[in-house]
Design a protein around this ligand. Sequence first.
Ligand SMILES: [Zn+2]
Length: 137
Amino acid sequence: MAESASDALTPAQLVQHALTARQRAYAPYSHYLVGAAVLAADGTVILGCNVENASYPATICAERVALTAAIAQGKRNLRAIAVATRDGGTPCGICRQVMAELGPEMKVYISDEQGDFRVTSVRELLPDSFSRSSLLT
Ligand SMILES: [Zn+2]
């Protein structure tokens, strides 16, 4: 899903989008609700939430829902991602790898359910990552 946003979207506003997405999470097993909001360079905000499955490995994280939806919407220049959880939990390793692939320059806002957030980056979350440069040499 996409929602229009102005170019002046603040980090706090992006976090609010992630909190909205979090309310849509499908997490009947873990009850750990996660929301994500990706900000594209054109101001578009793309939401994602975790979607669990009775076949546990079929579960997909909120971050990857939002990032892959951004690609499907033709958004390749991604500026930031906000992630909202109950306790300010950070993205899992698989999501960090996908973030490094699709938005290596992104700012990352990690929020708790109150909207209190801290700022980090993909490079801080996954330093020295495996990347396309390893495959193209
Ligand atoms: Zn993940």
